[in-house]
Design a protein around this ligand. Structure first.
Ligand SMILES: *Cc1c(COP(=O)(O)O)cnc(C)c1O
Length: 384
């Protein structure tokens, strides 16, 4: 059976990227590799709208999170972490693993915190040095107002680091004109390549903090990574084939044009949400991200069975809930390499599997709604 991933990581990989993986291995201490690595880095900077170095780490996204945290803090430091899902909670866990004191702004799963709540937390914990955020909370499908939160934190002298793992490639982050001091992401989401690379980009304030930071680090020493990058190198053996994949994928995104990439994600997400609503199902997130659509499992339907049927009967792999949300939500991923036809396949399979498991709707409802949404969004001038 032909299968497609509609999971919020890993995501579908374009044929052009797969083809880039079929050549013999190249050595990394060569001019040929260095030029690919440099060009990859330049394309990522362009996408992030930054002149700051983008550091490529051989690690998943969580490794990039750990690196971004340990390089700006010292033993005894306090931080504020905003939590409304599994990924937001990860920041606090990493900080505690290094013995730091964590003050949490916690909201219920599916909800988003506000800049005012962040402001109160900063007032209550004046010793906190940094704020850690999640932009697109993949576990609940919620989009947090990280730019507004970062603005509040900067005004109070805190650094802000955001997990943009599922917003990189989906939203225009405009790093250099934002109040964010650091962003991290991974390879298997909006970058359209397999898992295995983590990325960190720091702004000038985070680099200044890195000079004084004393938490232990060896593999994830970002100051060393930055010095190597200046020579087109990495301190350790890079995941050569993944960097080649990243170069191929970033070239595709550059050819499509960054604005077009973000607009396509918006269109696909909007069509998916419209289709879900037409099935009479509520969205789980109060403010939904364009990366993943989370949906509450309707009463009387076995959520796990729907996910399995979608995969095995319809060839469409989606995700269920994680942790305490297991069996309670569906997550339809549309991050990266998806077009209008893919979205129709996704919502068609979703509707069919729901019908198979007792949530009966008039056949074609979801597809028709998504089709209308996509047709309206892409109508050429003069076409009704
Ligand atoms: C996928 C993801 C991560 C990173 O997870 P890894 O499994 O370490 O790649 C972190 N944050 C968010 C929001 C994610 O979606």
């Amino acid at each position: 059976m032909k299968r497609m991933l509609f999971t919020p990581g890993p995501t579908e990989i374009p044929t052009e990227v797969l083809a880039s993986q079929s050549r013999p291995i190249m050595h990394h201490r060569t001019d040929e590799y260095r030029s690919i690595f440099r060009e990859q880095t330049r394309l990522l900077q362009e996408f992030l709208a930054t002149t700051q170095p983008v550091l490529t780490l051989t690690a998943s996204g969580s490794g990039a999170m750990e690196a971004a945290l340990v390089n700006i803090l010292s033993p005894g430091d306090e931080i504020i972490a905003v939590e409304g899902g599994k990924f937001g909670e990860r920041w606090g866990k990493i900080a505690e693993a290094y013995g730091l004191t964590v003050h949490r702004v916690t909201v219920a799963y599916g909800r988003v915190a506000t800049p005012e709540e962040v402001e109160s937390a900063i007032a209550a914990h004046p010793k906190a040095k940094a704020l850690f955020l999640t932009h697109s909370e993949t576990s609940t499908g919620a989009l947090f107002p990280v730019h507004e939160m970062a603005k509040v934190a900067r005004a109070k002298g805190l650094l802000t680091i955001a997990d943009t793992v599922t917003s990189y490639g989906v939203y225009d982050l405009r790093f250099d004109t934002s109040d964010l001091d650091g962003v991290v992401w991974g390879s298997q989401k909006g970058m359209m390549i397999p898992p295995g690379l983590g990325y960190v980009c720091y702004g000038p304030r985070a680099w200044a903090a890195a000079e004084k930071a004393r938490l232990p680090k060896f593999y994830f020493n970002l100051t060393k990574a930055r010095a190597s990058l200046e020579k087109g190198d990495t301190p350790f053996t890079p995941a050569i084939s993944l960097v080649i994949a990243a170069h191929a994928a970033a070239s595709m995104q550059a050819a499509e044009g960054r604005e077009n990439v973000f607009a396509r994600h918006e269109r696909n997400a909007e069509a998916t949400r419209a289709a879900v609503r037409s099935l009479g199902l509520p969205l789980f997130a109060e403010v939904p991200t364009n990366a993943v659509t989370a949906i509450a499992v309707p009463a009387g339907v076995d959520g796990g069975a729907v996910v399995k049927t979608m995969e095995h009967r319809y060839g469409v792999k989606i995700a269920g809930g994680q942790g305490s949300l297991k069996g309670k939500i569906f997550r339809l991923g549309h991050i990266g390499h998806y077009d209008a036809g893919d979205i129709l396949r996704l919502v068609g399979a979703f509707e069919s599997a729901l019908s198979d498991h007792g949530h009966r709707v008039e056949p074609g409802t979801a597809v028709r709604t998504a089709q209308e949404s996509l047709r309206r969004a892409t109508a050429p001038a003069g076409v009704a």
